[in-house]
Design a protein around this ligand. Structure first.
Ligand code: CMP
Length: 138
């Protein structure tokens, strides 16, 4: 699968009512939504999704946060999707995020940073398949 990336609108942004605003920014930047669902991750599922960060000091905090409330998961399609989406969301720490990025506008801290974006084509496929069956990817 090429030119696709995976995103989650995280529990902080969901709770603060920013789902619509974030989806608008995603659409305005030219991404096409090819899969989408709202769901609530269990601690086990959040831990599995972020297993790559298991040894990091913030892992426990991250798992607790990501299972705190509902999220919206989506697969997005666009030429150069992974790189362009990471530009659109901005730096992990919103203090370093550029003007016009989703995290600049909606993130509150490095942990509670409003959105996730895949960091490679390979991870985009793994992460999309974590949430969506083949029948749910259009
Ligand atoms: P994300 O892009 O989803 O990938 C890993 C997540 O871990 C990251 O966004 C943040 O939510 C979180 N994270 C990264 N660094 C830190 C940190 N230093 N402290 C707390 N959470 C972090």
């Amino acid at each position: 699968m090429t030119d696709r990336t995976f995103t989650m609108i995280k529990p902080d942004a969901t709770q603060n009512g920013h789902t619509g605003g974030i989806l608008e920014m995603i659409n305005a930047a030219g991404f096409r939504i090819v899969a989408m669902k709202m769901t609530h991750l269990s601690e086990a599922k959040a831990g599995e999704f972020y297993a790559i960060h298991k040894e990091r000091p913030f892992y426990g905090e991250l798992v607790e946060f990501m299972s705190r409330g509902p999220i919206t998961a989506a697969i997005l399609e666009k030429e150069n999707a992974v790189e362009d989406f990471r530009k659109l969301i901005g730096a992990t720490n919103p203090a370093n995020a550029e003007e016009g990025t989703i995290r600049k506008k909606y993130a509150t801290s490095i942990g509670e940073n409003a959105v996730h974006g895949s960091d490679s084509d390979e991870n985009a496929a793994v992460e999309g398949n974590f949430f969506f069956s083949k029948l749910e990817q259009f």
